[in-house]
Design a protein around this ligand. Structure first.
Ligand code: HEC
Ligand code: HEC
Length: 331
């Protein structure tokens, strides 16, 4: 139901598209070693669009009782996560998933943990209308925005039109595309010509991460440490959250979730789709043990026979993915 509705909205939004005047462009600081993120033709990044999107992202006006903003669950100081096991929305309602980071979300090829949403523009509608998040109606949000002279002015400047669904979804997506993180110790080692910056433990951890022994990098691959694909990693024998099967209704998709990025992972605890693991040590132990029995479990998830030293080294490596300049930039 939710998906049909989102697709309906998407068609409406595309139908509203009109030519834009995309100037002046936003000076996107793409990290060394990262590709230029793709932007839709009707939503080139401009300073005015990003500014409007940022304001909306942190404005609780988007929720029914004006208490919750996107930034309530995606806090800049926690790399746009919230530190909760599962997110808490309007009237303290509990969701059922852990808030993922939005750093480098511009590179995600599909959104949400089952990948049911194709673009950042479309995704904006989901939390606004989710009963456990903002419990509101995107058209009502637009009505509210039209009552604020500042939003009328910013929408004019950004998209040359009044606040509407087009402006709401495009501007927030534009802001999210500016959240690029790629200046960690690992990046300095890998892309910025500082081979001696890693300690020997971190270097051993890096080698293990990219080794045939652990195969971590088969799924957590590329500059954003994700292949964008979906796997069952044997977290449970019986999954309460069906994962990708929620979107496809296929038994073979039960318990399959999108590979998360590992960037800044030391700052985004707790872990997994339901926040069930509290520390990186617990995560590494999960992969080392090989997970629970499940017919959909991926073949790479099996006992790894790591030593205590190996496990500690892997954790040291994961901590090199922290980019402290990102936090300073996006506070
Ligand atoms: C009540 C907490 C909460 C609020 C409010 C909230 N989010 Fe989220 N967000 C989450 C959770 C939890 C998920 C994971 C949901 C899932 O995968 O089904 C998520 C997922 C996302 C994703 C997908 C990331 C990915 O890698 O797939 C994006 C993008 C996002 N949120 C942006 C926003 C924006 C924009 C807003 C405001 C319009 C917002 N969120 C409001 C909790 C929240
Ligand atoms: C078969 C693909 C695959 C392999 C191999 C794999 N992972 Fe993952 N990893 C995933 C998926 C999928 C999740 C999310 C599962 C969930 O939410 O239920 C995940 C979650 C994680 C998380 C938690 C991230 C977060 O934000 O919640 C960390 C940390 C992690 N993996 C590290 C590793 C390490 C270290 C290795 C190697 C020992 C490894 N992974 C091997 C697919 C894989």
């Amino acid at each position: 139901m939710k998906y049909l509705y989102i697709i309906g909205i998407m068609v409406f939004i595309i139908a509203c598209t009109k030519d834009q005047v995309p100037e002046p462009l936003y000076p996107l600081d793409v990290p060394i070693g990262f590709p230029q993120p793709e932007t839709p033709v009707d939503n080139e990044l401009t300073i005015a669009r990003v500014e409007l999107g940022k304001r909306l992202f942190f404005d609780p006006i988007l929720s029914r009782d004006s208490t919750i903003s996107c930034g309530t669950c995606h806090l800049p100081e926690k790399i746009f996560t919230d530190g909760e096991k599962v997110s808490i929305g309007i009237e303290n309602r509990k969701g059922f998933r852990n808030a993922p980071t939005l750093a480098n979300v511009a590179y995600q090829t599909s959104l949400l943990m089952e990948g049911g949403v194709p673009s950042l523009e479309v995704q904006v509608i989901a939390p606004i209308e989710d009963v456990n998040e903002m419990d509101f109606d995107a058209l009502q949000v637009v009505k509210r925005l039209k009552r604020h002279p500042i939003y009328i002015e910013l929408a004019q400047r950004a998209y040359d039109r009044e606040p509407d669904l087009f402006v709401l979804t495009r501007s927030i997506a534009a802001y999210e595309r500016t959240l690029l993180s790629g200046n960690s110790k690992y990046d300095q080692h890998q892309y910025q010509g500082k081979p001696n910056i890693l300690t020997t433990a971190e270097k051993r951890g890096l080698d293990l991460f990219f080794s045939d022994k652990t195969q971590c990098s088969t799924c957590h691959e590329g500059h954003n440490f994700t292949d964008g694909d979906f796997y069952n990693i044997g977290l449970y024998t019986n999954y309460e959250d069906a994962g990708k099967a929620r979107a496809t209704a296929l038994g073979s998709d039960i318990g399959r979730f999108k590979t998360p990025t590992l960037r800044n992972v030391a700052l985004t605890a707790p872990y997994m789709h339901d926040g069930s693991l509290n520390s990186l040590e617990e995560v590494v132990e999960h992969f080392n043990a090989g997970g629970q029995v499940h017919p959909n479990k991926n073949g790479l998830i099996k006992p790894l026979n790591l030593t205590d030293q190996d496990k500690a080294d892997l954790v040291s490596f994961l901590k090199t993915l922290t980019d402290s300049s990102f936090m300073q930039k996006h506070q």
